[in-house]
Design a protein around this ligand. Structure first.
Ligand code: NAD
Ligand code: TYD
Length: 376
């Protein structure tokens, strides 16, 4: 048998630099809660990514969410901010033409507002998605004609709410969609449209369905930031119904990280659940944030329930785990960090809780609080 010697290369190994698969991104809704976290974290990796943010700056959009990027010259040089509407083809087309992928966070995102005024939800969450997809289709034709290397990838950020209320067990990606609010119905329509463009036109698309997300820079209309900021001011906390509804809570940096992971590694045409694996009743979440703030339970008031209120959301995340994604933030730590962030950043949320906010708050809560009951 011939003798073989193995040659060992003893020179120090320098890792081959491997950049992201999609270095030029269009991030729509990048001034919102989760989108801005995605932008901040992706640019902070300093991997050469350039990002164009397209954001309409609705009541929920806030350029201050990108202040950490703008304060860092190297990151700021890789960000371009465009104020515009995803439902406006003239604004969208030239931006889609210059990127490798689109990550669509832009949406009307609050269930209560969708109950008060559904129309804006249809315009952005359905028609906006359609306009983005049409722009991708044009780019696909350009790629076929040799005018660009490849068609852009399209990632649609969707929600666990498309499954509707889940009495027991956990939703898997193939389960029926049974949305029950104008918000979740619009989100379901948006993602079904995305899948139809994958099947019909062969666009490279992926969809993520995320759980209830929490963390810094969350607009104070949503449960956790509303209750933290109200409690800081010793104002009443309007808990809907019996407060025993259940949500799965996902830290914002984990949600943004999972979206990034699917963008880079997800299989075309597929949908991935993104969970926090932290199912809690609303009462438990509220008790925990009050304890961190050192505020009393007596601030909590039981108010008339949200019409059509989904009792429970829960998803199975084995498909995403199989793609190699793991969350980092435990719930107790994430909630404590979130409470502390709101306590330390009044300059961020106080301006939001003025102006248009006052009218919204009166419309949503005045009558409810007037008829509220003590929460035992
Ligand atoms: P958000 O309301 O904080 O931000 C939405 C952003 O989109 C804002 O910056 C707003 O100005 C912008 N926008 C709205 N309409 C637009 C339009 N027509 N054109 C361009 N920009 C527009 O929302 P979020 O909580 O960051 O949610 C981001 C995405 O994640 C949404 O698609 C939402 O459905 C989805 N999602 C949210 C959660 C959650 O718990 N927050 C959970 C799962 C999925
Ligand atoms: P929310 O943050 O609006 O998220 P979603 O409706 O998308 O789950 O609400 C989270 C839970 O908290 C939901 O069960 C409704 C409840 N809730 C209240 O009890 N009071 C409130 O004022 C708000 C905004 C929400």
């Amino acid at each position: 048998m011939p003798h073989t010697t193995q040659m060992h290369d003893t020179r120090p190994k320098t890792p081959t630099p491997r950049g992201p698969r999609h270095p030029r991104l269009l991030v729509t809704g990048g001034a919102g809660f989760i989108g801005s976290c995605f932008v901040r974290n992706r640019l902070a990796r300093r991997d050469g990514t350039t990002i164009v943010v397209l954001d309409k700056l609705t009541y929920a959009g806030n350029r201050a969410n990108l202040a950490p990027v703008e304060a860092d010259p190297e990151q700021a040089a890789r960000l371009r901010f465009v104020v515009g509407d995803i439902a406006d083809p003239a604004a969208v087309a030239p931006l889609v033409a210059e990127v490798d992928a689109i990550v669509n966070f832009a949406a009307e995102s609050h269930v209560d507002r969708s109950i008060l005024d559904p129309e804006a939800f249809l315009r952005t969450d359905v028609m906006g998605v359609h306009v983005l997809l049409e722009a991708c289709r044009v780019e696909q034709q350009r790629a076929t004609g040799g005018e660009r290397a490849a068609a852009p990838r399209f990632l649609q950020v969707s929600t666990d709410e498309v499954y509707g209320s889940v009495e027991s067990g956990a939703s898997t990606e193939d389960d029926r969609l049974e949305p029950r609010s104008p918000y979740s119905a619009a989100k379901a329509a948006g993602e079904l449209l995305v899948n139809s463009y994958s099947v019909t036109y062969g666009l490279d698309t992926v969809v993520t369905r995320g759980s209830n997300t929490y963390g810094p820079y969350h607009h104070p209309e949503k449960l956790i930031p509303l209750f933290i900021t109200n409690a800081i001011d010793d104002e009443r906390l309007p808990l809907y119904g019996d407060g025993l509804q259940r949500r799965d809570w996902l830290y914002v940096a984990d949600h943004a990280g999972a979206i990034d992971h699917v963008l880079e590694h997800g299989a075309t045409g597929e949908t991935y659940n993104v969970t926090g694996n932290n199912e809690r009743t609303n009462r438990d979440v509220v008790a925990q944030l009050l304890a961190r703030l050192g505020k009393p339970w007596s601030l909590v008031r039981l108010v008339d329930d949200r019409p059509g209120h989904d009792r429970r959301y829960a998803m199975d995340d084995s498909k995403l785990a199989g793609l190699g994604w793991k969350n980092k933030m435990p719930f107790d730590e994430g909630l404590a960090a979130t409470v502390d962030w709101y306590r330390d950043n009044e300059g961020w949320w106080r301006p939001i809780k003025s102006g248009e906010w006052q009218a919204y708050y009166r419309r949503q809560y005045s009558a409810r609080l007037a008829g509220s009951k003590e929460a035992t």
